[in-house]
Ligand binder design. Structure first.
Ligand code: NAD
Length: 261
């Protein structure tokens, strides 16, 4: 059924949600910009101010580690203060309504869990930035603790237990993706009936392959994003709006329709 037949894009997405039983929501940095965490690629985003540090350079070069932690130190206050926005709350509501199979997120901010999604329903493809890992002994420590050390003047923090390199528990460019999460995300994408992209450019692979698996499995695709994505032509509905505003309207219509039914 076309978007027009479904009665406008918000109504169309609400109707697709009502009809679906296993929804996979796929989120990128754009779902969290309304929470005050900048994305990477929008004007003023992180890549307009910092060059990305490749994982191999982080391992090989003290100067690369210094640059990496400098960016981390600057970004962390936004990250630490961020609260879930209406888009995160709407996704949590999909779980309460019994519609959600899982959330697959490229984000490292933990805001889906804080909005009320069960941790076992959130697949973090790129790790979680609220933790730091020792790359030698595997010790985990809160990111907050490391921020205090950076603010006290350390430029390249190392593990106090073994002297190994510390790095946030996130996947950097050039670093392998976590096997379990990647396989699980692929399997769930292939078996869902509706795949909703919220706030992703769909250019970072293999994460951006997930909607392709969903289409191959016969699912409908909805894309909610401020800018164009390469998969727009394959979507049943494309909503070119802000994630928080749009998802708040969508979920309101879903609830109203469920009450009417
Ligand atoms: P991206 O920066 O490439 O794309 C973000 C997309 O969101 C853009 O297309 C932009 O137009 C759109 N957007 C921005 N604000 C929006 C809003 N309010 N509503 C709707 N759309 C909005 O990010 P990506 O595609 O997620 O991929 C890049 C990588 O960025 C990921 O690996 C992710 O780990 C990392 N990242 C994560 C965070 C976070 O955890 N919050 C923040 C920055 C980057």
């Amino acid at each position: 059924m076309s978007e027009a037949e479904l009665g406008g894009p918000i109504e169309a997405v609400a109707a697709l949600i009502i009809r679906s039983r296993k929804i996979v929501v796929f989120t990128g940095a754009g779902v969290s910009t309304e929470s005050g965490i900048p994305d990477f690629r929008s004007p003023g985003g992180i890549w307009s101010r910092y060059a990305p540090v490749m994982y191999q350079d982080f391992l090989a070069s003290h100067e690369a580690r210094r640059q990496y932690w400098k960016m981390q130190k600057e970004r962390y206050p936004d990250f630490a203060q961020a609260q879930p926005n209406p888009a995160h709350h709407a996704v949590a509501e999909l779980e309460r309504l019994g519609k959600l199979d899982c959330v697959i997120t490229q984000n490292i901010d933990g805001l889906h869990q804080r909005a009320g999604n069960s941790p076992e329903k959130v697949i973090e493809l790129h790790g979680n930035g609220t933790w730091v890992l020792c790359l030698r002994c595997g010790r985990r420590l809160p990111r907050e603790e490391v921020q205090k050390r950076l603010e006290a003047g350390e430029e390249v923090p190392t593990c106090e237990a073994c002297g190994g390199l510390l790095k946030p528990a996130t996947v950097s460019f050039g670093q392998p993706m976590p096997d379990k999460e990647t396989w699980e995300a692929e399997a769930r994408s292939r078996h869902c009936d509706l795949f909703m992209v919220i706030g992703s450019t769909l250019v970072v692979y293999p994460a951006a392959q997930m909607p392709v698996y969903a289409l191959e499995g016969g699912a409908r695709l909805v894309i909610i994003n401020l800018s164009e994505t390469p998969l727009d032509p394959y979507a049943t509905v494309v909503l070119r709006g802000k994630a928080g505003e749009t998802m708040a309207q969508v979920i309101e219509r879903v609830k109203a329709k469920m009450e009417d039914a």
